[in-house]
Design a protein. Structure first.
Length: 356
């Protein structure tokens, strides 16, 4: 028994101190992919938005098995230059990483270790790029000029565009159609629907005023927005009809579950109160109890800037920002158990993507 305990302790220490070396496949070599640092296969990438106009967007790399982070901006380390201004969105497809830089009006393609392989400048007439989705080798990008723009994922060559509405924001693909929210900065209340195969025109479905997020969970589509009263309504869009379910300022999803936070700020005292709850999309069940266990006390009043889930195991990551200092990430198991808190290498972390 004593020998067994010693061996288990040694294995646990090895898992923690493995740091940035490969752990599953001895043939995988990040250096051969152009990396200037050692990296693990179980790697995740946090997009830090940065401050608008300061050209300080960046990427934090960490090992999602141990929460060990590389202590400087990954993009700068790999490419010896700044990523750009205002990191808006990040996705992973086919082992590549795609990033939208809204104020830089750029789309960037990185390989699996963060080395830049292509960069496209979005034409001024399209407007600032916002969010994207990939489907069948193409990126579909919402642009503030009122368009969804289509790009080849392989080399970021522009293909075509479709007019959708004022200031489109988040976008998803579901059953051969693109759905994007038209915020209009408070002057629109519609979701645009575009058939991918034809990619010619959009139809529209009304939701709340100033819609923002849109997400698909268990074949159901949910939309969140600011609302006319800025109370962050959200609900289901089904058969062209929107039905409000609750209020939410941010969310993420895994399997059938939608994990939600509703942040309410008292602007006389500048204090924020966060309410965490969940929704089962398969059963249509709302659970108003918090899905978090043993959460650090400060999370109840911190500014939640982003939420992501690990598609490998359903773990939940809540990102916070004070808009001045580097952000923080709170990691929870899928059952809500608190795991760790760690810092990022940039301001305002908004989204995490995972590889392997």
């Amino acid at each position: 028994m004593k020998f067994r305990k010693i061996m288990l302790g040694a294995l646990s220490a090895l898992m923690i101190t493995a740091g940035f070396t490969a752990c599953d496949d001895e043939d995988w070599d990040p250096i051969k992919e152009g990396s200037t640092i050692e990296m693990v296969q179980t790697r995740a990438f946090i997009l830090n938005e940065g401050n608008y106009g300061d050209n300080n967007a960046g990427i934090t790399y960490f090992d999602w098995m141990t929460d060990n982070t590389y202590n400087s901006d990954l993009y700068m380390a790999q490419n010896k230059k700044a990523l750009g201004d205002t990191g808006q969105d990040i996705i992973v497809e086919d082992g590549n990483i795609y990033v939208i830089l809204s104020n830089s009006k750029s789309i960037v393609k990185l390989n699996s270790v963060g080395v830049e392989k292509a960069r496209a400048s979005v034409p001024t007439d399209l407007g600032d790029p916002r969010y994207m989705v990939e489907e069948d080798g193409y990126l579909y990008v919402t642009c503030y000029g009122g368009f969804i723009a289509k790009y080849k994922a392989s080399d970021l060559t522009f293909v075509s565009k479709v007019t959708v509405g004022q200031n489109p924001e988040y976008i998803i693909e579901e059953d051969g159609k693109l759905y994007c929210t038209n915020s209009g900065w408070g002057k629109d209340n519609r979701v645009a629907v575009v058939d991918i195969k034809s990619f010619k025109t959009a139809t529209f479905q009304e939701v709340m005023s100033n819609p923002d997020h849109i997400i698909e969970v268990a074949d159901h589509i949910y939309v969140q927005g600011y609302g006319a009263a800025y109370d962050y309504p959200w609900g289901e869009l089904k058969n062209g009809k929107f039905t409000q379910i609750g209020n939410a300022s941010n969310w993420c999803a895994y399997s059938n579950m939608l994990y939600i936070v509703n942040s309410v700020t008292d602007w006389t005292t500048y204090t924020t109160s966060n309410t965490f709850y969940s929704y089962n999309a398969k059963t249509g069940t709302l659970n108003n109890s918090s899905f978090l266990k043993n959460a650090p006390a400060e999370l109840a009043s911190s500014s939640v800037y982003g939420m992501s889930t690990n598609p490998k195991n359903g773990d939940i990551y809540i990102m916070t920002s004070d808009y001045v200092n580097n952000g923080n990430v709170y990691h929870f198991r899928n059952d809500g158990t608190f795991v760790s808190k760690f810092g990022t290498t940039g301001l305002s972390p908004r989204k995490i993507v995972f590889l392997n």
